[in-house]
Design a protein around this ligand. Sequence first.
Ligand SMILES: Nc1ncnc2c1ncn2[C@@H]1O[C@H](COP(=O)(O)OP(=O)(O)OP(=O)(O)O)[C@@H](O)[C@H]1O
Length: 481
Amino acid sequence: MAHLLLIDDDVALVPEQVKQAFAAPTHRVDIAHTGAAGLAQIANDPPDVILLDVRLPDQSGLDVYLQIKALDARIPVIFITMTKGAELAIEAMKLGAFEYLFKPLNLNELRRVVGEAVEVSRRMRQPAVMAQELPADDVDGAIVGGCAAMLDVYKSIGRVAAQDVPVLITGESGTGKELVARAVYQHGARSKGPFLALNCAAIPENLLESELFGHEKGAFTGADRRRIGKFEQCNGGTLFLDEIGDMPIALQAKILRLIQEQEFERVGGGETVRTDVRLIAATHRDLKAWSEEGKFRADLYYRLGVFTIRLPALRERDGDVATLVHFYVRKFSQELGRDIREISPEAMARLSAYSWPGNIRELQSVLKQALLRASGPTLLDSFLPELAPSAATPAEASGSSTGGFPLDELIAERLTPEMANLYAEVHGLVDRVLLARVLEHTNGNQHQAAKILGIARQTLRMKLRDLGLQVTHAVESSDEG
Ligand SMILES: Nc1ncnc2c1ncn2[C@@H]1O[C@H](COP(=O)(O)OP(=O)(O)OP(=O)(O)O)[C@@H](O)[C@H]1O
């Protein structure tokens, strides 16, 4: 459950909207009407995310924000402002505020921004546990694995975390690079500061520079206000740049300068901004090979790669598949209201023999599907989807229904009082079938597939990633990954 605190002197509209947007049981909303009352609540019972009105009866929102930062610099604070208060909200972002929203609140935007903030908050607070064996059942988000290669990873995390140097994390998609970045952050000297993350491959190239470095008003068409970028917002903290290999080469020079001098200019601005950010970067690409081919700046590679943590693919982790299967079967059983207590030897044999091109993310996806089909206390081999050599063409792709069970039957079964995420669950299942089918049709060509689907290629990539699907055949261009 996400815990939100709204600090706003409005007693009617804004509280009503926030309560409407974030209902129980997935959210809890506390409300304070003055800065002092809000601060007292934060000290008593720190929320995951704070929504803070710029204008309060007893003190300015900015003063309250500074006091919140002193209490705990990690809690994401979202300012709520009238259009004319935007300057102050932008000032607050320079000091690390998460985002600002205009009154009257747009509920969709509110949900999106708060959702992102809850995720950011979770990343900072959820303890990064490294578990060599099956961890206790209340441990969430652990790095599970006791094979020799993972023990080396834990050692590397321990060695580098306390040094304030950049870290490069490499490994195939779904191997846990983000988890490792979080562990480096949490065991480092900046663990009380913010931890922000940005996926370079998920943001259109023309917006990435502004996301990272911010822009000045009028820097480009549509830049109607100054925007504070992640490097400025994250001052004193740690920034995780995922898929740094996908960053346009022109932008790489700016990152290099940032690492070397901790300074930069906002897009369209002449003012040099100083910041103090620890960079953790990750990529599934071979950056050394890319730098030799001129696709990645060699000087940036050398600078970033001084300390590299290489995550092994799941197929290289002897014995860890079984522990991970137990870990996720237990977790998903709880989430999906199933009561699976054991895994049949046949099912475990098939899971252990599979090559997992999509790594742990694929393992999660397969187990979720299996649990949705499961009944009784044992996870049988027959509940598993087909583990195809190409994971972009799972069993469902060859049937007209979602893997042998009609959708409406599934929905009917899942309509229980405790159900909370049915939309995501059903869409995940449909996406898995749809994307696999279309990619099969285009022989793995993501460009064509995105066109057929009518979605952006970046969206397609993110969906494939989230579903743990790998496109293992015929890819149209060398930058397709
Ligand atoms: N060793 C592990 N133990 C338990 N869960 C793991 C482990 N490694 C990864 N996961 C889980 O697998 C999923 C994918 O991990 P993560 O996002 O860190 O991978 P990634 O390497 O960053 O992937 P991508 O390159 O696609 O972004 C997450 O839900 C993560 O919690």
